[in-house]
Design a protein around this ligand. Structure first.
Ligand SMILES: O=P(O)(O)OC[C@H]1O[C@H](O[C@H]2O[C@H](CO)[C@@H](O)[C@H](O)[C@H]2O)[C@H](O)[C@@H](O)[C@@H]1O
Ligand SMILES: O=c1ccn([C@@H]2O[C@H](COP(=O)(O)OP(=O)(O)O)[C@@H](O)[C@H]2O)c(=O)[nH]1
Length: 469
């Protein structure tokens, strides 16, 4: 069996619970093939740009973790500047927030070139390489330029917008050519895949070869939608763990007379947090009885604080929470409990399970794993209700959630009201269907179906069975 090499900006030790379902699942596949995981160490060094930094190798069971530090200047240009100041906003449909003029692209290219050079030294001839996310779009092209013959796949974890939005990026054609240097390009949703195929047809005259195969930029590639899932079993065992149970008991005790609503997000403008709070405020205004019954717990975990758009959203959120609590709070009740902190993953299932309603209302989201975790954590006999933005990738699968348009404050407030009042039988029916969906398309299904296709396509071309999962 071929060795699997995963490349991502962030890497995690798959043996640690805190690593999350994705790391656990990738770790499992890597374990099976004795694989290699390559990426940024998360550390910065004060060396001048261009310094030849070493690769640090560490064994995590059968998985080799190979990491590189970044110079401060590369971090500013590649991660803060281009990845999160240009690609993240544009790919989340926010051209207004993109900073195209700062010349970050050079640093983005440089880090991708360095990663390619360092990775080449570690690759074996029969490796299969799987690159993750928008930080590393040009990696395959850089590897190919160095003579890499191995099969290389890519998965985009965030949305791909329609062609005319993507085309606003100066150098969009270079980026898209980079994306088309992979053998298999995976997207989170059908909508993202459609945007990709429209772009390559409209802007690059791609030829449709059928079954997701395309001839474009003088090469053949395959593209498909592979919605990422969670490790439902791992999450269920996390839910039964001491930390989660303790959280559940404490929440139940503390809020015995109230229905809890919960939101768990990175503090990111794509997550629609101000819009969510305005909808909650509308609920309190329109349904005065909810003032006696509902409390919203909003976890906003700190994220990308070096990017200015993230500090702006922090101030907006703090001011909204303050005004809602100021206007509606009573001596024995505050409508919103807002925490700008990360809650340990092991405690989240307890919080989810104690909450009658989850508010997952991003303006755009590649998938949104919190939506799936909330479903997995519910008591099937007395489950809570998921209020989900139609603009999250997860909405393509989770049809039995209450789907909302987060820009529509009144409509979202109405859906929250319906969720709070939903009878037990309807809650059970919806939950049963949602649980079946996330069980079927879990993270193992995601890994297996993607890697099967990546391996299968190569087997067809060369007659060699590369990877059997
Ligand atoms: O690494 P950070 O800059 O701290 O950001 C955290 C991750 O955020 C993004 O997550 C996306 O992937 C999820 C899993 O597929 C998906 O559910 C979610 O909708 C996306 O936003 C980002 O894409 C990751 O690379 C980051 O590590
Ligand atoms: O305080 C927090 C906030 C989030 N998460 C986890 O971070 C992930 C967020 O993934 P999602 O796909 O929802 O959004 P992203 O942040 O990747 O855009 C989920 O697994 C959450 O359980 C966490 O462990 N603690």
């Amino acid at each position: 069996m071929s060795r699997l090499v995963v490349v991502s900006n962030r890497i995690a030790d798959p043996r640690k619970t805190a690593a999350g379902g994705l790391a656990v699942a990738l770790g499992e596949v890597l374990n099976n093939s004795g694989g290699l995981w390559f990426g940024w160490s998360g550390k910065l060094v004060d060396e001048p740009v261009g310094t030849d930094l070493p690769v640090h190798k560490q064994q995590a069971g059968p998985v080799t973790l190979a990491t590189m530090d970044l110079t401060r200047e590369d971090y500013e240009a590649y991660y803060v500047g281009y990845s999160n100041g240009v690609l993240w906003p544009v790919l989340h449909y926010r051209l207004d927030l993109a900073d195209f003029d700062a010349g970050y692209i050079e640093g983005y290219r440089r880090v991708n070139q360095t990663f390619a050079r360092k990775l080449m030294e570690l690759l074996r001839p029969d490796d299969i390489v799987w690159v993750q996310d928008y930080h590393l779009i040009p990696l395959a092209a850089e590897l190919r330029a160095l003579g890499c013959q191995q099969r290389i796949g890519f998965f985009l974890h965030i949305p791909l917008p329609p062609p005319l939005i993507f085309a606003a990026i100066p150098g969009h054609d270079w980026l898209m050519k980079g994306l088309c240097s992979y053998d298999l390009v995976g997207f989170q949703s059908r909508a993202d895949l459609d945007n990709f195929t429209r772009y390559i047809q409209d802007e690059a005259h791609a030829q449709d070869l059928g079954e997701g195969r395309w001839r474009v930029f003088n090469r053949t590639l395959q593209a498909g939608a592979f919605p990422i899932g969670i490790d439902v079993k791992e999450f269920e065992s996390l839910a039964a763990g001491a930390e989660s149970m303790d959280m559940f008991e404490r929440m139940r005790r503390e809020y015995s007379r109230r229905k809890l609503l919960v939101g768990v997000d990175r503090l990111d403008y794509s997550k629609g947090l101000p819009q969510r709070l305005r909808a909650f405020r509308e609920l309190l205004a329109k349904y005065p009885e909810s003032r006696k019954s509902a409390t919203l717990i909003q976890i906003a975990s700190p994220s990308r604080e070096d990017v200015s758009a993230y500090t702006d959203i922090l101030h907006e959120l703090e001011s909204l929470c303050g005004s809602i609590n100021g206007n509606y709070g009573e001596l024995d009740w505050m409508p919103v409990r807002y925490m700008h902190r990360t809650v340990a993953r092991a405690r989240l299932p307890g919080l989810y399970r104690a909450s009658r309603v989850a508010l997952v209302t991003p303006l755009r989201d590649g998938m949104n794993l919190v939506a799936k975790e909330y479903i997995a954590a519910q008591d099937p006999d007395d489950p809570g209700v998921l209020v989900l933005s139609r603009f999250a990738g997860a909405a393509e699968q989770l049809k039995e959630a209450l789907l909302v348009n987060p820009y529509d404050t009144a409509g979202t407030a109405e859906a929250i009201h319906v969720a709070l009042e939903m009878p037990l039988e309807e809650r059970q029916q919806r939950h049963q269907a949602l649980l079946a969906t996330i069980r079927k398309a879990d993270v193992h299904w995601w890994c297996d179906s993607y890697l099967h296709l990546l391996g299968q396509a190569e087997a067809e071309e060369s007659g060699t069975p590369w990877l059997r999962l």
